[in-house]
Design a protein around this ligand. Structure first.
Ligand SMILES: O=C(O)CCC(=O)C(=O)O
Ligand SMILES: [Fe+2]
Length: 337
């Protein structure tokens, strides 16, 4: 483990057992990784992945391309808008409106094969670089999903089978604007505090810093570890796991002095899927369901409405608790064993 990883005040998980060949020893190491994922997802709701199999050069290239693209004049960036916005979120380039608490601009895409994607024509290597990093992030999300499946002790392949529609996964390249010296601290939000409306998010960030996660009321800064990925549990895994895994609050502070760049890959489920705690998880733990059943699309739409039009008081934003079932009097009164 690197000194930076050893000094981190958040879980850092080394995925190399999944990317090196080895005998039986490798199986033991893989099991250790799975245990670390289980602990991180239930205690923190996130972890940092190192040695995850995505080539460092591909990560550097995509950040470089994002830099070059965002440095282009506004008129040029604004040409990167789609002919239709008849999609769950709009692809291409956009800048957050001035009244938004989110101080960033971004480029958004679905899977590389999607007809809805629009790419800038310059820099010319942009498309190749972002399509490549998309592939790497998706492969990593699929691996983590299969390991979470094992963490939850449900039948092999259950989560993968439930999650069989890849067309609306979203990758966003962000540029967070450096805060102006005179800005008041409450205005210095690159991205306001939120929980993710998906299964999980994988973030590739540059070395500037600013991403923070909340644990027990405290904000933990995710000091960048070169070529790592930040992975966090989204609301849908929290529901499927019946609260075993937590989707936690996180935000991006506006960086000081220089802009910050990142890529966030949001691993979604099919919009028509009905979501509720997995029967297999409850069978295993003999617990009552903690959420009522809902259609993913309905929740997604509520959340996206808030994201693009944040309520005056951000505490009024919709969260997954919208579907939480309060513990029954009987369950609350039952003696803990
Ligand atoms: O850019 C980042 O570091 C975080 C992005 C994020 O939280 C999101 O896309 O949901
Ligand atoms: Fe997020």
């Amino acid at each position: 483990m690197s000194p930076a990883a050893a000094a981190a005040s958040f879980p850092v998980i080394d995925f190399s057992p999944f990317f090196t060949t080895g005998g039986g020893e490798n199986e033991v190491e893989k099991e250790e990784v799975i245990n670390s994922i289980r602990e991180a997802c239930s205690d923190y709701g996130f972890f940092v992945a190192v040695n995850h199999g995505i080539p460092a050069e591909a990560m550097d290239r995509s950040l470089e391309m994002a830099h070059e693209f965002f440095d282009r004049p506004s008129e040029e960036k604004l040409k990167c808008t789609p002919p239709t916005s008849d999609t769950p979120v709009t692809t291409g380039y956009a800048k957050q409106p001035d009244h938004s608490p989110n101080k960033n601009e971004y480029f958004l895409m679905f899977e590389p094969a999607s007809a809805f994607n629009v790419y800038p024509t310059s820099p010319a290597p942009f498309r190749g670089a972002v399509d490549e990093i998309y592939g790497g992030l998706l492969a990593m999300a699929r691996l983590i999903e299969s390991l979470m499946n094992r963490c939850l002790g449900v039948p092999e392949g259950l989560m993968e089978k439930f999650n069989d529609d890849r067309q609306w996964d979203i990758m966003t390249a962000f540029r967070y604007f450096a805060a102006a010296e005179l800005e008041t601290p409450d205005k210095k939000t690159g991205l306001y505090g939120h929980k993710d409306v998906n299964l999980m998010t994988l973030v590739l960030q540059d070395q500037v810093g600013g991403l923070e996660f909340q644990k027990d009321g405290e904000w933990i800064p995710i000091t960048p570890i070169p070529h790592s990925l930040v992975v966090n549990v989204g609301d849908i895994i929290q529901v499927l796991s019946n609260n075993k895994f937590k989707s936690v609050n996180h935000k991006v502070n506006s960086p000081q002095g220089r802009d910050r760049h990142s890529f966030a890959f949001a691993y979604l489920i099919g919009f028509e899927k009905m979501v509720e705690p997995l029967a297999e998880v409850m069978k295993e733990s003999k617990e009552e369901p903690k959420f009522s059943k809902f259609r993913y699309k309905d929740y997604f739409q509520l959340r996206v409405a808030d994201l693009f039009n944040p309520p005056a008081n951000l505490d009024d934003a919709v969260t997954i608790n919208h579907y939480a079932i309060p513990p029954t009097v009987a369950a609350a009164a039952a003696p803990a064993n």
